[in-house]
Design a protein around this ligand. Structure first.
Ligand code: ADP
Ligand code: MG
Length: 271
């Protein structure tokens, strides 16, 4: 399975199914085929924050608390980036903005060059469902649905029935994470590490262009955390998905191609 094999799916005015490559976009912009000169240009980011600020109302009703202050970030297609930073520094806020779950006060959030801020809520919901896979610290599996059914929930959200190819893909991914014998079991029968592996597969079943993972190994013991970290990064490489992970795990951050630190509301390159 590769990201390049994604079928193009039209949603109103916007096609989020198979984002064009950088050279396709160059061709559109310049109206001429890419040549040796233009193909040497640096690739445009797939997801991007530009000068983003975000405040929340303070708990005591006083002045709003500024969390992100002119933060910028560009993540290339297929890249894996870890975001580190103290608790409360705004890491989840960044993922929420990148995933279209929240909007910035100022600045721009772009997906494949398109400003998410300009999208009405139904388009944004389709973007979240088709183009983004979310993994959280808690697995959030439905207790009364089997492993396979849980994995298929994002595929159901795009229509009334699940296409056969989505079921086949779900089965392949469940096998890939070593849970082939657990397909028809309820999550309650699984260990914490196994449940998180199901959550990884659920995030990937719609072949998202981007996977956003918020402390995905934070609730696991060391052995399971290592296993889930390895699988997450391997699956990112195998599917071609772009991966942004918020983590406190040095091990998981070390598996990513790039590490950033969120400090005083802005992102900096980390060691
Ligand atoms: P992190 O993920 O780095 O721990 P968050 O992005 O979750 O940080 O939150 C940053 C700060 O913003 C925290 O102080 C948090 O309490 C506050 N915050 C987050 N979301 C909201 C919200 N919806 N309303 C008010 N305050 C919020
Ligand atoms: Mg958080």
């Amino acid at each position: 399975m590769t990201g390049a094999g994604l079928p193009a799916v039209k949603h109103g005015a916007i096609d989020f199914g198979a984002p064009p490559s950088a050279s396709d976009r160059l061709y559109r912009l310049t109206n001429r085929p890419p040549d040796a000169t233009v193909s040497c240009m640096p690739a445009a980011p797939l997801i991007e924050l530009e000068g983003v600020s975000k405040s929340y109302p303070s708990a005591d009703g006083g002045e709003a608390v500024s969390i992100l202050k002119d933060a910028s970030l560009g993540v290339l297609r297929g890249e894996s980036v870890a975001i580190l930073g103290p608790s409360g520094s705004g890491k989840s806020t960044i993922l929420n903005l990148l995933g279209g779950l929240d909007r910035p006060d100022r600045g721009v959030v772009r997906f494949d060059g398109r400003d998410l801020g300009g999208l009405p809520e139904p388009e944004l919901a389709r973007f979240r469902n088709r183009s983004v896979g979310f993994v959280f610290q808690q697995h959030h599996l439905l207790p009364h649905a089997t492993v396979l059914e849980n994995v298929l929930i994002p595929a159901l959200a795009s229509g009334n029935s699940v296409p056969d190819e989505a079921v086949a893909r779900a089965r392949r991914l469940i096998e890939r994470v070593g849970l082939q014998t657990r397909m028809d079991q309820l999550p309650g029968r699984l260990s914490g590490g196994e449940r998180q592996r199901v959550a990884l597969v659920r995030a990937l079943v719609n072949q998202p262009a981007v996977v956003l993972a918020d402390e995905p190994t934070g609730a696991l013991d060391r052995g399971n955390a290592s296993e889930v970290a390895r699988l997450l990064v391997e699956l990112n490489q195998e599917t071609g998905a772009t991966l942004v992970i918020v983590t406190h795990s040095i091990e998981l951050a070390g598996l990513c191609r790039r590490r950033l630190e969120l400090r005083d509301g802005r992102l900096f390159a980390a060691a």
